[in-house]
Design a protein around this ligand. Structure first.
Ligand code: NAD
Length: 499
């Protein structure tokens, strides 16, 4: 039975009218489980018009009232977290506990955004000149939009929608067409929590939908998360249309293992961060950098042994370490990169190609692969594989290890495992990467700090959640005021100074 999904516009499920559909798979079996309508220009413009209308009133609600909607939403999601996680897992392929984490990390940003009355407070300078006071306001910007990837279908829509609407904007979400059911359900729950219809619209679609959002003058700001080529194009196009944009792209995250590191901890970290969610995380560790030959030999031996014990299973198997990839194309891409690594001369220590799960031969499964003796000139080091493939690049010394992530085109996350505080401090100051973990493999910042990669991993000057999100979703208005008792007589032809 193939379900037919809808858009969610003006607080109602709206069937697609374009006639174009995308397939939503069950990655465990490879079967199509739903069809998602792909919005054309007219449908997308209708969603934007509706959002523009709804924003006028929503932007006038006081921030505490807006925060109450978020607080009610938190309670509603809490009440159905388990069924949401199962739904998410059934379309994405990540395990149910990992899907719960996807939802939870999204909710943490909703909790942060519920502090909006405080977060929106402006600055005030008393008596900035004689009789003159200056204050600043953070005003909503109007209609905002978000285009999100398949790999965190709850977390990333919430990272964008919650701060955007808390600031008094309306928000048009274009989720990934691969797993749109959870974003649709979240929009329903926002409505149930008291969000006025139209403040959060979900338009499903592909390139035509996105192009319409980019070109529509009513959309003031646009956030994107996905692959780097699309992020770069969307950033440039948004800027050309006068929009504020923040676009986050792909990654190649290194984990440096210093000779003094606790090797057991480093191995645990690499197995979890390399193969968790089948490597389909922008903060996954895909490169291990042991420093010194002894560290490298010991690390590779232990990784090989641990990979042999990994359990790959259905996404709803409670004992699975990771489930299937999102699509057949993803399996083909991962297999292609393992073939390429062999051609490039890397040493394939564990070969995950051709893995099948008994009884699920058409599922989108890929086994775990491990490469040793990868070098920076190889494409398997330069490009994002986005699958369960870990590469070991052996570093001669600390300076060599530091150069690998610093000179890489991507700059999302990086980690160092060491017991030495001096080394850790030097590394965190000098490495050319946006988010850094010290003995922490996946340093996704907590909700009230800002998330953002550097270089080809992030385009735009502000990151996601934390203080940057409030700046991104508001415009500053600065007011200079003086009352009649402070006004001097006569016209002045020189620029006022505070002398
Ligand atoms: P993707 O680029 O294929 O798709 C992302 C979104 O863009 C989807 O909504 C998709 O429908 C849309 N899209 C795809 N092609 C488009 C085009 N040509 N024009 C306009 N829109 C288009 O990415 P994905 O496969 O869904 O997600 C995986 C990627 O996302 C990986 O590269 C991963 O590293 C990255 N990612 C980055 C972060 C981060 O914070 N830096 C977080 C999560 C995922």
């Amino acid at each position: 039975m193939v379900r037919e999904l809808t858009h969610f516009i003006g607080g109602r499920h709206t069937p697609g009218t374009s006639g174009a559909y995308g397939d939503v798979y069950d990655p465990n079996t490879g079967a199509v489980q739903a069809r998602v309508p792909l919005a054309n220009r007219a449908e997308t413009e209708a969603a934007v018009a509706d959002a523009a209308e709804a924003q006028r009133e929503w932007g006038e609600w006081n921030p505490q009232r807006r925060a109450r909607v978020l607080l009610r939403f938190l309670r509603l999601v809490e009440g159905e977290k388990d069924s949401l996680a199962r739904l998410l897992s059934s379309e994405h392929g990540k395990t149910v506990p990992d899907a719960l984490g996807d939802i939870q990390r999204g909710l943490e940003v909703v909790e942060f955004a519920a502090g909006i009355p405080h977060l929106l407070k402006g600055d005030f300078s008393d008596n900035a000149g004689t009789g003159i006071d200056v204050h600043s306001l953070r005003r909503p910007i109007g209609v905002t939009a978000g285009i999100t990837p398949f790999n965190f279908p709850a977390m990333i829509p919430l990272w964008k929608a919650a701060p955007a609407i808390a600031c008094g904007n309306s928000f048009v979400l274009k989720p990934s067409e691969r797993d749109p059911s959870v974003p649709l359900r979240l929009a329903e729950l926002f409505l149930e929590a008291g969000l006025p219809p139209g403040v959060l619209n979900v338009v499903n679609g592909g390139k035509e939908t996105v192009d319409t959002l980019l070109e529509d003058p009513r959309v003031q700001a646009l956030g994107f998360v996905g692959s780097t080529p699309v992020a770069a194009r969307i950033y440039a196009t948004a800027a050309a249309h006068g929009k504020r944009a923040q676009c986050f792209g792909g990654a190649k995250n290194h984990l440096i293992v210093m000779p003094d590191a606790d090797l057991d901890q480093a191995v645990d970290a690499l197995i979890g961060a390399g193969y968790g969610s089948a490597g389909e995380r922008c903060m996954a560790i895909s490169v291990a950098v042991p420093v010194g030959e002894d560290t490298a030999d010991a690390l590779v031996a232990r990784l090989k042994e641990r990979i042999g014990t990994l359990r790959i299973g259905r996404s709803d198997d409670p004992d699975a370490d990771f489930g299937p990839l999102v699509g057949r194309d993803a399996v083909d891409r991962v297999t292609g990169y393992v073939d390429l690594g062999v051609e490039e001369g890397a040493e394939l220590v564990v070969d995950g190609r051709g893995f099948t799960l008994a009884g699920h031969e058409n599922g989108f499964f890929a086994g775990a692969s491990l490469f040793d003796r990868v070098t920076p000139d190889m494409r398997i080091h330069q490009e994002e594989i986005f699958g369960p493939v870990l590469s070991v690049v052996r570093a001669a010394d600390y300076e060599h290890a530091l150069r690998l992530p610093s000179e890489h085109a991507f700059g999302n996350g990086v980690a160092i495992f060491t017991r030495d505080g001096d080394t850790a401090r030097d590394f965190t100051r000098r490495v050319d990467t946006g988010m850094i973990g010290v003995n922490v493999p996946i340093p996704v910042p907590v909700a009230y700090h800002t998330f953002g990669g550097w270089k080809r991993s992030g385009f735009g000057d502000l990151g996601q959640h934390g203080p940057d999100a409030i700046r991104f979703y508001t415009r500053t208005k600065t007011v200079t005021s003086r009352w009649p008792s402070g006004v001097k007589e006569g016209a002045s032809f020189t620029i006022p100074t505070m002398g």
